[in-house]
Design a protein around this ligand. Sequence first.
Ligand code: IDP
Ligand code: MG
Length: 157
Amino acid sequence: MQREQRTFIAVKPDGVKRGLVGEIIKRFETKGYKLIGMKMLDVTPEMAEKHYGEHKGKPFYPRLIEYIQSGPIVAMVWKGFDVIAGSRQLMGSTKPLEAQVGTIRADFALVKEYNVVHGSDCEESAEREIAIYFTPEELCDEYENMAEIVIEKLDEE
Ligand code: IDP
Ligand code: MG
């Protein structure tokens, strides 16, 4: 399948505390993406710094590092056709007021500092972020989900 990608998605601590885990997972599932890894964990300072290394030095960095450690996250790996751009679309813009109505951040977040969900922004970040949170053995990619069956049929035509 062409443009089959993996991405790292996390329900951030505010999303977990607000009881949005199921709602957020539902949006990725119903879109047709395939869940291949999931765990709840407390982000360590080392993980936080690796994850958000690109933002080091920015004024909001210390608060971001504190925020991502302010409670457990639900870390996930999703796979699918154009899943990186597609999940950014489902999440909406970083700033909730700029996010389109119907996206997760427009529907559930008020401010950019607490925007309930994380998603990788390119293939390189996706692979880097997946490796921070998961070992290859923790990913379950053996089963076939409905979207894969449909896309295989399209490929055959
Ligand atoms: P993204 O999560 O949409 O990819 P990034 O620019 O990569 O957005 O920023 C990472 C996270 O840092 C955001 O999701 C948000 O939680 C936080 N953040 C981004 N910009 C600001 C800011 O200007 N002030 C405070 N927090 C910010
Ligand atoms: Mg980002």
